[in-house]
Design a protein around this ligand. Sequence first.
Ligand code: ZN
Length: 467
Amino acid sequence: MNKKFYVTTPIYYINDIPHIGHTCTTIAADILARMHRQLGDDVFFLTGTDEHGQKVAECAQKEGLDVQVYCDKIAPTFINAWKELNISNDFFIRTTDPRHEKVVQELLQKIYDKGDVYKAKYEGWYCIGCEKFLTETDLVEKHCPLHPPEKTVQKSEENWFFKLSKYAPQLIEILEKKNYIFPGGKRNEVVAKLKSGVNDISLSRENVSWGIPLPWDKTQTSYVWFDALINYYSATQFLEDKAGFWPADLHLLGKEILWFHTVIWQAMLLSAEISIPEKTYTHSFYMVDGQKMSKSLGNVISPKQLTELFGVDGARYLIARSFPSENDSDVGIERFKERYNADLANNLGNLVSRVSKLADKLRITNYELRVDDKFQKLVDELKFDEAISWIFEEYIDKSNNRLNEVAPWKLEVADPKRIEVLTECSQNIRKAAYYLKPIMPNTCEKIEKCFEGEIKAPESGLFPRIG
Ligand SMILES: [Zn+2]
């Protein structure tokens, strides 16, 4: 039996358009999925769209469309964006899929049967943008800091509540025994909040018809967050060949949805008596030229912009290189250009071109490649920047240094010294391509083909310089 590896991205809210925030999470999951496939694991990589809730209904209304028609129109913008970036997800889940809706109802029923649900009146500030009630401490100048002021409204309604507080002690205990929250700093943040006291959370909405009806009270629909979180589990239930993949090995998420994914989701699963995920990893955000990325500032970077400038693999590389792991990552198109030219055009691309020309027709024996433990660990910890630096130091920079040292172009073709250094460099390039393959799949395949058996130069330059 192969090891299984089940990785998810958050499902993206359908009223948005893909930007580098979504893109970095999706590319990170793709790199992990591809590396684990290289390791021989059975991989299930899931992404998708979150399509319920008031906000979606309002957007559809603005466009004068039936809500489902609106969702069917927008979902492909994500599906196509990921296709263009060569994302290898095994399935794309949409929460309006009736198969998902059925699993949501079953899971909510389990929570209800457990006695973890009660009806109560809810009054408070609600952000339509976030689709959640805000506490006094969430408010900045009386409104949600993430959305325009008019999105924060006073709301009062009868809802079904989930006994989240009941599970706080159990979650603290689990976290003390086995941490599932990474990076570590986030664990401390969550534990502190759990210890300071947790309120129950409403699980349904009274006046939002665009949602999944509660099985025991058809006048209410499931709160969009409850419905959305269940996607990670539902896909393994309604896709027959994915049944063995639960629990997820890794949920990737952005820091704004930490609490939902590390507390509410786990508590829902505990209540329904379903195993909880092995690990969650929360990454930080992108800043663009020192500023928060926002539509109003007009500085949102889209995946299309990156692929048009740098090609698919160039874009994937730049995202991985700048991945906002523990801290926010400050990026900008100019800096992306510099990075691309330095690493890919001048360094890797130039090396491949020099060596393949000098070593033309030289035969190297192929050998089996295996993922080095150190590299695997760095990728599993989402330290892509360090992982890439390791590949460059280990194989690419070393080869460049050897070439400059020996200067094989000055030696006769049959000179053993020349053959030796070109063989060494060719093997290093082949290894680099193997390690870089999860990040730049197409380019690395091209490199591998040029450095297999009889060496030949690639048909065209791999990374044209960008002015
Ligand atoms: Zn908000």
